[in-house]
Design a protein around this ligand. Structure first.
Ligand code: AMP
Ligand code: GLY
Length: 423
């Protein structure tokens, strides 16, 4: 099978690494890819923001299957265009991608299908949103409706903070994403991410993970795209997984199909495990980054037929086997991230990773033949172990051999699971 992978982050490096192991693969192309992905794929300079360019490349190269990594091309309709031309695609239609693209859309599906989530209201003007916040009191959560690169959410501990967040949204701090605002109840509990494939009719539960969104140790400081992750998430017991499937995933799949937007791709459910059980915080319609990296380390099955079955409506014919050993990844980021940071700083050396370990590239490039850091999140140092504590020790031992002066990381990735392991 000739496969095109769209994307250039650590998530796509992990997908490329895993796809490249498939006996069913003949050629793997990646657009635009990165120097890590280039170890497993032929990089092609296709403009992935131009759906016509993607379709032309697929026609010219007789591509059999397209795997879309990030959300932006999905929201822009790349999967619809490719499907209309007869290509098999892993990733939802633009209409189904509203599950990630519009928080209000998701909340309405939850309301209609009785899916547990925080009580909410949608607003298109400041005064009404503020009146609702004053009525509800704090803590309360204010969200820009659209895609705001993970920055459109304010978990407000005071009413004043929530009112200021409403002003930010309507004054354009998040551009068009803030033209509508969702105000929702604060959920108290432990967060977990749950990944489940859907072909529109069938669901295949994958695995669970926990991200570390804050930049600082002890979960402090500003939010980021994720500073590290591990899988599985111990809070997701078999009972919680079963409840999540029944109470959240299955009704969403049914609701999407009945609304005329059958969902094909991966549900990435951000959950809060509250005293009542799993509640939905949000959906993403692609794999998490860096959660994908730890999922791929634990997946024993061939990824390619599983993603292809998702795209072709035959998910009931495949299964996914997982290693019991946890995997953990630490993100190395450029100093200053998530604020401003220097670009093109030299990465002098990346150590060889042995069995059960891997350094994934996220924001790297080759400049005059030398490896440089170009992004905020740059490398994902990943390892497995018999327990999260062992995976963590192995990941940091490998990370300490990376020679990159402008890099930093959190030293406490996995702390919640390790605390449990020690208890
Ligand atoms: P999101 O961009 O929707 O993932 O939100 C970012 C983060 O805000 C989440 O990972 C949670 O930590 C937090 N958050 C979002 N919604 C809520 C909520 N209703 N209650 C508590 N925390 C929330
Ligand atoms: N790590 C969170 C995300 O991919 O959205």
């Amino acid at each position: 099978m000739k496969v095109l992978l769209i994307g250039s982050g650590g998530r796509e490096h992990a997908l490329a690494w895993k796809l490249a192991q498939s006996p069913e693969l003949t050629t793997l192309y990646a657009a635009p890819g990165n120097p890590g992905i280039a170890e497993h794929a032929t990089l092609v300079p296709v403009n992935t923001e131009d759906n016509d360019a993607v379709v032309s490349f697929c026609k010219d190269n007789a591509i059999d299957f397209v795997v879309v990594g990030p959300e932006a091309p999905l929201v822009a309709g790349v999967a619809d265009r490719l499907r209309a031309e007869g290509f098999a695609v892993f990733g939802p239609s633009a209409a189904a991608a509203q599950l990630e693209g519009s928080k209000g859309f998701t909340k309405d599906i939850c309301a209609r299908y009785d899916i547990p989530t925080g009580a909410y209201q949608r607003f298109n003007n400041g005064p009404k949103a503020k009146a609702y916040i004053r009525e509800q009191g704090a803590p309360i959560v204010v969200k820009a409706d659209g895609l705001a690169a993970g920055k459109g959410v304010t978990v407000a501990m005071t009413v004043d903070e929530a009112l200021a967040a409403v002003d930010d949204c309507f004054e354009g701090a998040f551009g068009a994403a803030g033209a509508e605002v969702v105000v929702e109840a604060y959920l108290d509990g432990e967060e977990a991410s749950f990944f489940c494939l859907s072909d529109g009719k069938h669901a295949l539960a994958l695995a669970t993970a926990q991200d570390h969104k804050r930049v600082g140790e002890g979960d402090t400081g500003p939010n980021t795209g994720g500073m590290g992750a591990y899988s599985p998430a111990p809070v997701m017991t078999p009972e919680m997984v079963e409840r999540t499937m029944k109470e959240i995933i299955e009704p969403t799949m049914r609701g999407m199909a009945e609304s005329g937007y059958p969902f094909s791709g991966v549900f990435f459910a951000g959950l809060m495990i509250t005293k009542k059980g799993p509640e939905l915080i949000e959906y993403n319609v692609r794999f998490g980054d860096p959660e994908c990296q730890v999922l791929m380390m634990r997946l024993k099955s061939d990824l390619l037929p599983i993603l292809y079955a998702t795209a072709t409506g035959t998910l009931d014919k495949v299964t996914a086997e997982w290693s019991d050993d946890p995997a953990l990844t630490v993100v190395m980021a450029s100093k200053g991230y998530p604020g401003s940071y220097d670009k093109n700083t030299p990465i002098k050396s990346i150590p060889e990773a042995g069995e059960g370990a891997k350094v994934f590239h996220a924001g790297t490039a080759l400049k005059d033949g030398a490896l440089v850091a170009t992004g905020g999140r740059v490398l994902n140092v990943t390892a497995t172990g018999k327990a999260v504590g062992e995976a963590q020790a192995r990941a940091y031992a490998l990370l300490d051999k990376v020679e990159w002066d402008n890099g930093f990381c959190r030293r406490d990735i996995g702390w919640q699971a390790i605390k449990r392991e020690k208890a």
